[in-house]
Design a protein around this ligand. Structure first.
Ligand code: AMP
Length: 299
């Protein structure tokens, strides 16, 4: 089975207390597609400007990310700048320049419409729903989102949630979306909005999966040093859906392992700026870290 990934393809300028790194490859779609590529060759949908460096196109190709659906438009690539505080958990958005994303409506190439597994990585919920409108009998649709869309596009987000199988969001977003301070009790509200599967990410404290089979509590892989957590959430969901798409069959049979793979690939993302570490990772390293994580969490 193949996987469709729709998300932002960006240039990110990231500052941490130790380093500043301008215009690195970033974006929810880029992180998610590269993470998924350790399991399956994903097809990325998005838009970049004429300033998008060729070396990043080569990087996608090297990782077997199919970019037939990556449109090049006249203008500048989406640019996001963010800054981390000393604890590396709190992040501030310094600027968001839409560039060629402004006025872009995603159109799926004919061959992409029949894909069964679909990841709608963080993007405006209206654009995410426009992708669903073009799909022909999808099997499993996963959506990621962020607080911004709850502030500026809540109606679109609620409309999207009725049409997705899984929602992935972080704990503060779960609280904001439901108005419930307790993440565990927010889960039943999130299911009522539509998705049968909900994952709440809690950064370095792992993630909770909720489904009709109950809860699954997954740890994050413990890291002694975090260089840049940008894209960790996208890497988590990219690896998770990549694993599910590769091991097609019952979602319930595969989902727990998929979540653990998500934690592991996200941990590699945190060890370098942008995609620097993830793109140097191998499947063997990922499998080794998965075994370590399983060992650390079994009684
Ligand atoms: P994460 O650290 O997982 O929350 O993802 C950070 C990535 O999201 C960065 O690579 C950004 O380029 C991308 N991003 C930031 N703001 C937006 C936005 N408004 N829409 C889509 N992608 C965004």
């Amino acid at each position: 089975m193949s996987l469709l990934v729709f998300g932002s393809t960006a240039l990110d300028s990231i500052s941490t207390p130790k380093k500043k790194n301008p215009r690195l490859l970033g974006g929810s779609g880029s992180h998610a597609a590269v993470a998924a590529s350790f399991f399956i060759a994903p097809r990325l949908i998005g838009v970049v400007g004429t300033d998008f460096p060729k070396k990043y196109i080569s990087l996608f190709k090297k990782h077997k990310v199919n970019i037939k659906g990556l449109k090049v438009r006249d203008g500048k690539t989406f640019h996001w700048a963010g800054e981390y505080e000393v604890n590396m958990n709190n992040r501030r958005t310094l600027s968001t320049e839409l560039g060629v994303v402004d006025g872009y409506s995603p159109v799926l190439p004919a061959a992409h419409r029949k894909l069964k597994y679909v990841l709608l990585a963080n993007n405006p919920p209206g654009a995410q729903e426009a992708i669903i409108d073009q799909l022909d009998k999808p099997k499993f649709i996963v959506a990621d989102t962020m607080d911004l869309w709850m502030n500026v596009a809540m109606n679109d987000l609620r409309s999207l949630l009725k049409r997705v199988d899984m929602l992935v969001l972080n704990d503060s977003e779960a609280r904001q979306l439901t108005g419930d301070d307790n993440v565990v009790s927010s889960l039943s509200k999130l299911h009522k909005y539509g998705p049968k599967y909900v994952i709440v990410k809690k950064g370095e404290h792992g993630a909770i999966l909720s489904s009709k089979k109950g809860l699954f509590v997954a740890p994050a892989f413990p890291l002694a040093k975090v260089e840049d957590p940008t894209g960790a959430g996208d890497s988590f969901v990219g690896a998770l859906v990549g694993y599910l798409a590769k091991n097609a069959g019952s979602i319930d049979a595969n989902i727990r392992k998929a979540v653990l793979y998500g934690s592991v690939v996200a941990s590699f993302c945190c060890e370098g700026f942008g995609l620097n570490r993830t793109t140097k990772t191998t499947r063997a390293e990922i499998n080794k870290r998965l075994r370590e994580l399983e060992k650390m969490t079994s009684a």
